[in-house]
Design a protein. Structure first.
Length: 141
C-alpha cells in the first residue's frame, strides 16, 4: 500500500515537472522549393506550420493548399546551414491531396534540439509530380 502511494506521488511529480517545462514556439511559411524552369509546371502552392518544443518533445502541425498534384510525403529535414537542403530525419503525417494538413510529434535528441534552436530544421512536402520537393519552410522562433 505504501509503495503505491510513493508511485502515485512520483507520477504526479513527473507530470507537474513536465507541465511546468517551458514551451518554445516555432513557425514557418511554406512556399515552393527553389526550382528551375523545368519544374514550374509541377511545383506550386502555399502553406504554414507551427511547432512547439516542450523539453525535448517537438509537436508540429500545419496546412497547405494549391499543389498541382497530391502530396505524397512530408518530413522534417536537417540542414547543415539554414537555407541549404539537408536530409530527411523525421517523417510527418500528410494529407494525400492538393490541399490538407501535416502533423507529427517527436522526441528530439539534445543535438536535434540545438539544431532546431539554430534554425536548421525545415519542413518539406513532396508531391506526385515533385518528388524531390514541392513546398518547404524553415522553422524559426
Amino acid at each position: 500500500m505504501l509503495s503505491m502511494r510513493y508511485a502515485a506521488v512520483a507520477a504526479i511529480g513527473v507530470a507537474l515537472i513536465w507541465a511546468a517545462a517551458p514551451q518554445e514556439k516555432f513557425h514557418t511559411r511554406l512556399a515552393p522549393v527553389a526550382m528551375d524552369a523545368t519544374m514550374r509546371a509541377n511545383v506550386a502552392g502555399i502553406g504554414s506550420a507551427s511547432a512547439t518544443l516542450t523539453g525535448n518533445k517537438l509537436t508540429v502541425s500545419g496546412t497547405f493548399e494549391g499543389l498541382r498534384t497530391p502530396a505524397t510525403t512530408a518530413n522534417l529535414r536537417l540542414s547543415r546551414v539554414a537555407g541549404v537542403r539537408g536530409p530527411a530525419v523525421l517523417e510527418l503525417t500528410v494529407t494525400h491531396a492538393a490541399a490538407g494538413s501535416i502533423s507529427g510529434s517527436f522526441d528530439l535528441s539534445p543535438e536535434q534540439v540545438e539544431a532546431l534552436k539554430k534554425g536548421r530544421f525545415y519542413i518539406q512536402i513532396q508531391s506526385e509530380k515533385a518528388p524531390d520537393g514541392n513546398l518547404w519552410g524553415w522553422l524559426m522562433r
